[in-house]
Design a protein around this ligand. Structure first.
Ligand code: SF4
Ligand code: SF4
Length: 259
């Protein structure tokens, strides 16, 4: 009897650093099980071999920054039954979305010796601004265990069990002393999506917001606290302008503190 067909998995890269794709390769102990459960049909970071689509599950890393990529993501969507975006670039435009607040031509004129060779869009935007997305997995980079949970959930046609609460919950579960209360260190934990295991507060540093906004974050209340800690207005704006700067909640809060 022929073996049942394994679902086809594809991994796509757009404007990104590859860190989120590497999270999948970093699943050393689990990778063989993944490879047994799915057919890795397209994953250029791991192999040049390609199996033609359509694909049962596409993981998409990176943001849309060129006209060519804006077309390519449409093709990826058409060939994918389910499409999951992975990481801050794909879900929120990434650090490269800092260009969205300024004139990108000014940046290219400074960075490149021949800016006339550069073809780029004025903005860096998340995948969901271009096509329908079935699930967004946050993080910069993503958490590999959450990635395995998402793959497993889609293979079993169930909703991924990825918590939507804040980093503060993870931090308290670890029994950390709060760096903001104890030392006055600015921390984005109260408004940031869980997933990192409160890594930075566990080492006495404030959270940098790598996992983007949690569900319904109260950024206004946090900014008021940051001001009370003595953070200048300019720095309150900057703290919201990092990896997830174009996530609507962080973007709006940063704009409340300047252009
Ligand atoms: S989200 Fe962070 S780790 Fe992932 S591709 Fe973008 S910059 Fe790299
Ligand atoms: S250190 Fe940061 S993440 Fe931890 S409880 Fe305090 S505010 Fe929340």
């Amino acid at each position: 009897m022929a073996a049942p067909r394994r679902p086809k998995l594809a991994v796509w890269k757009f404007a990104s650093c590859d860190g989120c794709q590497l999270s999948l390769l970093d699943c050393e102990d689990e990778l063989l099980a993944v490879a047994g459960a799915v057919e890795i049909a397209y994953f250029l970071e791991a192999t040049r071999a390609e199996v033609a689509g359509p694909y049962d599950l596409s993981l998409v890393e990176g943001s849309i920054t060129t006209a060519h990529d804006a077309e390519r993501i449409q093709k990826v969507r058409r060939r994918s039954r389910r499409l999951v975006t992975i990481g801050a670039c794909a879900t929120a435009g990434g650090i490269q979305a800092l260009r969205n607040f300024k004139d990108v031509a000014e940046f290219t004129s400074v960075v490149y010796a021949r800016p006339d060779y550069i073809e780029t869009l004025r903005t860096s935007t998340p995948i969901s601004s271009h096509v329908r997305v079935d699930f967004e997995l946050h993080g910069c980079p993503i958490n590999k265990y959450q990635l395995l949970e998402v793959i497993s959930a889609f293979l079993h046609e169930r909703r991924p069990n990825v918590p939507a609460h804040s980093v503060c919950v993870e931090c308290k579960l670890k029994g950390n002393v709060c760096v903001m209360v104890a030392h006055g260190t600015p921390c984005l934990g109260p408004v940031t999506h869980a997933g990192c295991g409160a890594l930075c507060p566990s080492y006495d540093r404030g959270c940098y917001g790598c996992f983007g906004p949690m569900e319904t974050p109260d950024t206004i209340a946090l900014s008021a606290w940051l001001a009370r800690l003595g953070l200048p207005e300019r720095d309150v704006q900057r703290i919201f302008r990092t990896f997830n700067t174009w996530a609507p909640e962080f973007r709006a809060e940063s704009e409340r503190h300047g252009n």
